[in-house]
Design a protein around this ligand. Sequence first.
Ligand code: HEC
Ligand code: HEC
Length: 334
Amino acid sequence: MKHLRLCMAVVFGLCAGRAGAAVDARPADADPWLRPAQVPAPESNAPTAERVELGKALFFDPRLSGSNWISCASCHNPALGWSDGLPTGMGHGMKPLGRGTPTILNTAYNPLQMWDGRFKDLEQQALGPMGSGAEMNQDLGSVATEFAAIAGYRARFDAAYPGESISTTTIAKAIASFERTVVSGEAPFDRWRRGDAAAIGASAQRGFELFKGKAECGLCHMGWNFTDNGFHNIGLNSEDPGRYAQKPLKSMKGAFKTPTLRDVALTAPYMHNGMYASLEEVIEHYDRGGDLKDNLSPSIRPLGLTVVEKRDLLEFLKTLTGAPMLVVLPQLPQ
Ligand code: HEC
Ligand code: HEC
């Protein structure tokens, strides 16, 4: 049944939209807290079953790395909410990276990728970790030749991108096509929005009201994916310049992309630097109005939440965990 859901997403859910634009083309009366049925994809890379299957194999294939040992899934592990459970990623040579690994869930809908938004779409993003010496340490000049030498891959590339050669471009396009199938499953919160009054408890319902009201979380975590896709400095103890390195505006100093809260109970530790081990610690951070005040977002201030209110918020966040996507691991072409 769940496997069927993935296939259905491939057959029906994905649509080709304007290139690069993460559009949310829904009827005006659609519930803004529910995921749109269609997943945006660029016209230049419309999804097909062959592209998704090829991208899945590549996503799980460690031969994409220089050491032939690290795959995308080493860090974006479906068993760990498509992340890695570590404060910051572990890269080439087991060296820790500077930032935490975000989930790839719902990245199809991101107008910009990465904590600092430095990539504009999934096609562009995929080559980032492959070519990065710290991450997969792959030679982008030779990876296409390496994969063209694997007969099983040649057949799959022919089927997925007929007339296009095996190149970093088609590798990235296939991976992006697979990533667009990694979308959040129905969560108790969604069933509640659709009218099942008993799908979430009273505490979580109060938590949602707090989320939109007194606790002001919804100022940034807005809509069905719980993100405004914007960049904010929420006062973390961190020296990382964040978005400022891409856009040198004062307001962007220490600002990071608002992450989705879908499946958030599965993706600890939290924040760009993984500094909080639990959602309780995150709620305490917001309740005290952040720590570093230099360039703090005007939307972050002490909240004065009671013990019960903090628990309600936590209960609400837990209702965002969707039914897991069943992932059948691919047999990698030899
Ligand atoms: C060594 C661990 C590691 C590997 C391997 C890795 N990633 Fe990541 N990934 C990260 C980290 C860390 C970030 C955030 C970095 C940043 O924002 O500066 C990230 C960010 C991303 C994002 C952006 C998500 C968002 O919400 O903005 C996507 C998409 C992604 N990776 C896909 C991939 C793909 C595809 C591969 C394989 C080609 C891959 N990753 C390999 C650690 C890894
Ligand atoms: C001013 C905008 C803003 C407000 C208000 C806000 N957040 Fe956030 N939230 C962010 C940003 C930006 C990040 C990432 C910050 C970073 O890593 O530097 C984040 C991170 C998080 C994370 C960590 C997610 C992850 O995957 O690491 C959680 C959980 C979270 N926020 C919950 C909340 C809750 C609950 C509230 C209300 C009490 C709230 N946020 C209010 C912008 C906001």
